[in-house]
Structures are given as C-alpha cells and as structure tokens.
Design a binder for this molecule. Structure first.
Ligand SMILES: Nc1ncnc2c1ncn2[C@@H]1O[C@H](COP(=O)(O)OP(=O)(O)OP(=O)(O)O)[C@@H](O)[C@H]1O
Length: 367
C-alpha cells in the first residue's frame, strides 16, 4: 500500500488536440506502491492522461512531477515510467529473451547482469526458461502479454502505466493475468496506473479508482467509497448495477429522513454519512445496491424498509438470482440480487415484498 509521498503529482492538467479539449483541469496524485485504476466511458480522456504521464503527449496546461522531479519537457525515455499497451508492441523478429532484455541493452547493461535480470523477471512472470529462445508468434496472447509486462518491469520503473493490457484476451486468460498483475504489483513495490473498461477488474486490482467523464475526474476513492458512496448518479450507475429511486430528503431536527410513497419504513432516518457531500433537503435520489435488497418470504425477517411489487423478470446467474420487480410508484423496475438457489423463490407475475436495511442506502443529488 502507499505511504504519503506522492510518486505522481499531476495538477490542473488540460489537454487540447487542436480545438478539442480532451482533459479539463485534471489533478491526480499516486502514492509509492499504490495501484490506481482509471475508468470512464470511451473517449473520456483516460489514455490521454496516461500518455501525458508517460511523456508520449505534452499537457497543454498544468504541472506534472514524478519522483519529485518536474516532467515538463522531459522525454518519455528519460522518465521513470514504462507503459504496457493493449496492442502488443513486442519485436516479432527478436526472441522472448531479447525482447525482455531490450531496455537493458539500451542502457548498455553488461551481459551477466542482463542475463541474471532476464531470468529473475521471467521467474516473477511465471514464464518458463524454455520460452526464452522462442519468438512472440510462438506464444499465446496471454504469454505475449506476460512478456510485455516482463519487458516493462525489467528496468525497475517507479511507475508502470497499463493501457487496457488485458482487453484483447479471452475471459479465462484475463482472470489469470489479473491475478498475475496483482501478484506482480505486490512483489515489486512499483506504482501502477491501470486504464480499464472492466469495472470488476478495477475493483479487484486497485487501491483507489479514479472515475472520469468528458475530460474531468468525477471521483477518486477506494473501491468501497466509489461503490457505496458515489459522488453522483453517473458514478453510481457506471460502477455496477444499482437502483436509483427519486425521494424527498427532509430534515428532522438534527437528523435527515427520506420520503417516497412506495417505500414504507418505520423511521426512515439516516446518518449524515449516508448523504452525499453538500446535499441539502429537497428532491434527491436514493441509491441502494441490488444485493442489499432481500426478497421477503416466510423465513426472511422483514427489513426496516419495504416495497411491494410484481416480478417482471428474473435471471438465474448461478451464484445469485437477479429479480426485476415492478413497484407501484417507482418508475424503473427495482433490481434485487438474491442468493442463488436451485428453486427460485418467486416466479414472473408473482406479488413479492422487497426489504432493505436503512444502513444500506445512500442519498445523492438528482442529475
Ligand atoms: N491524437 C489525437 N488527436 C485528436 N484527438 C484525439 C487524439 N487522441 C485522442 N483524441 C480525442 O480525445 C478524446 C479522449 O481520448 P482518449 O483516447 O484519451 O479517451 P479514452 O478515455 O482513453 O477512450 P477509450 O476508452 O475509447 O480508449 C477523444 O474524444 C478522442 O477522440
């Protein structure tokens, strides 16, 4: 995990491509050994930010320091950063060993030391010695990506920048490479900045997630902050499925309560930490994650709050069953993700009662 000294300190970064503004006043710090994931819709500026950190693009405004040194005007080859791309950039006519050793060759490292380091990093990436004399085309996609990771780590960069390195791989390979990346990160102490479209991947790997939209950073926080305390409805909906229900936020003495005719609660009072920063009483949105909603049956204790509705559809997902329930007075179907069982607890068209605990709600501003 990180200490307090930032390895990356980017402040007020703007990026223009001609008249098009790709980044707007972006500030990001990354601690030593920290793993930060950048997520956001296509075109929001993730790769532009990564390229500015790597030195492949210059910022149009703002400051950038890495390892305490200003990076303005410092070319990519002289930065303590390495980047791994989605599309492999291995040299097809060099062997695996020569590909991995390439950065050391550029630095004129002697042969014995190069040999030792190549062996060490191949071991770390679980690449067998037998692969050393093969060519990239003789490896699987996952193995090639491990070679690319080994090559980028061999010169001990302070920062590894990963631009969707796993997105071209099939699901099984992706899972195993995710585990490899996590293990690599734990064992080297390098800071990682990882761009991904896969939100589950971001949640699994990162110490902090940075959510971007239209060139701006909307929220930076731990996976749990982003998931349970999103800064707005966009972040809430972008990171995993969720229920967003219109409510009125009211002040009750020193506490707050919410009201919606379709939700019955004995005392709908909530703690201040369950309300987005700066939100005042009035129209608001109640967020509750599907897995926090129970389908109430004979064995299920009633929740502190309940809603009644009719099952629209359900999907058996294996470990869980997802219910979509039409609740009178709530525009969108309410999604409940319940524990998977061989016999689904309710059928389409059945009347059901949904229950949830007050502690699991979070109140956000309407868009
Ligand atoms: N070299 C360039 N010249 C002009 N416009 C560019 C250039 N590179 C990126 N852009 C534009 O800047 C915006 C941000 O692009 P960027 O590649 O940083 O987004 P992204 O979040 O990484 O997207 P994706 O998830 O699709 O890879 C986009 O609108 C893109 O079209």
């Amino acid at each position: 995990m990180s200490d307090n000294t930032p390895i990356i300190d980017a402040r007020g970064i703007d990026k223009f491509y001609d008249a098009h503004q790709a980044l707007r006043n972006v500030s990001l710090t990354v601690g030593a050994g920290e793993f930060v994931a950048l997520v956001g819709p296509s075109g929001c500026g993730k790769t532009s930010l990564l390229k500015i950190l790597a030195g492949f693009e210059e910022a149009s405004a703002g400051t950038l320091a890495i390892d305490g040194r200003s990076m303005i005007g410092v070319p990519s080859s002289q930065r303590p950063t390495r980047m791994v791309f989605q599309k492999l950039a291995l040299f097809p006519h060099k062997t695996v060993g020569d590909n991995i050793a390439f950065p050391l060759k550029l630095a004129r490292t002697d042969r014995a030391e190069t040999d030792r380091r190549v062996r060490e990093i191949m071991g770390l990436m679980h690449l067998s010695e037998a692969y050393r004399d093969r060519y990239p085309a003789q490896l699987s996609g996952g193995e090639q990506q491990r070679v690319a990771l080994a090559r980028s780590m061999i010169s001990n960069p302070s920062v590894l920048l990963l631009d969707e390195p796993l997105s071209a791989l099939d699901v099984k390979l992706k899972k195993s490479l995710q585990a490899e990346i996590k293990r690599l990160h734990r064992s080297v102490g390098t800071s990682f900045v990882h761009v991904t479209h896969d939100l589950e991947e971001a949640m699994m790997l990162a110490d902090r997630i940075c959510v971007m939209r239209a060139g701006r950073i909307l929220q930076i926080g731990t996976p749990s902050d982003i998931y349970y305390r999103p800064s707005d409805t966009f972040v809430a909906g972008f990171i995993g499925e969720t229920n967003l229900i219109a409510v009125d936020l009211e002040r009750r003495g020193s506490a707050h309560a919410f009201a919606n005719g379709a939700i019955r609660c004995a005392a709908p009072e909530i703690a201040a930490r369950q309300i987005a920063d700066g939100l005042s009483p009035g129209r608001a949105v109640l967020m509750i994650r599907p897995e926090m909603i129970a389908l109430e049956g004979a064995e299920q204790e009633p929740g502190e709050c309940t809603m009644e509705g009719t099952v629209d559809e359900f999907f058996i997902k294996g470990a869980s069953i997802q219910y979509r329930v039409a609740v009178d007075g709530i525009a969108d179907p309410v999604i409940a993700e319940v524990q998977g069982t061989a016999t689904p607890p309710a059928d389409v068209g059945e009347r059901v009662r949904l229950g949830f605990a007050l502690a699991d709600v979070f109140i956000l501003a309407t868009e």
